[in-house]
Design a protein. Sequence first.
Length: 192
Amino acid sequence: MFDGPGARVTAKVMARRNLDAEREAIEMLDPRPTDRVVAIGVGAGVGVELLERRVAWVLAVDPSRVMVDETTRRNREAIGAGRVVVARSTAARLGVADGALDGAIAVNSIQMWEPLADSLAEVARVLRPGARLVTLTHDWAIERSTGQSVDGWLEHLDGLAATVGLRGLRSWRASAEGGRSVAVELTRTGGR
Ligand SMILES: C[S@@+](CC[C@H](N)C(=O)[O-])C[C@H]1O[C@@H](n2cnc3c(N)ncnc32)[C@H](O)[C@@H]1O
């Protein structure tokens, strides 16, 4: 779906349909201008375009070649200026140093992270103590990808996250998708 013949069309649809969700997630993260942030599962890259205007540096990660192309095309100037790096990879392999980042954001992608525990552990590894992972996910995407109810998935996520150093799960109803989406915040433990 995110690579192959229909992927360019999927990218166009997501770019239009999910722009508000990307905007809402960035407001939730509320980054500082000096922050270095990873965006995971960036799709067509419209969220990266919004995010890079708010922070010092963005690492944009997606396993799909087509989505990496789309994100690169859309963010060419910021990439040239060294404000954005696009990597073809997954949440389970972010390729930056321990504690290097001030935040992580994922819109409609955490439901696809495989294996979820390893991916959460990798996000925890790259976040500095006190930094947050913020996700916004449509309910139907959680239900379809995981086979769980949103509440069941949240409970599962909370349990796994706590084992890798992401604690204090907060969740609430997000506005995107007519209110049928869920926002999650997890905080990296550690530090003083
Ligand atoms: C539904 S799209 C969402 C894209 C964009 N954030 C949006 O909301 O329009 C999910 C994206 O996550 C990517 N993805 C799939 N598995 C992933 C993984 N394990 N780690 C990171 N991204 C992944 C897909 O390639 C795809 O671009």
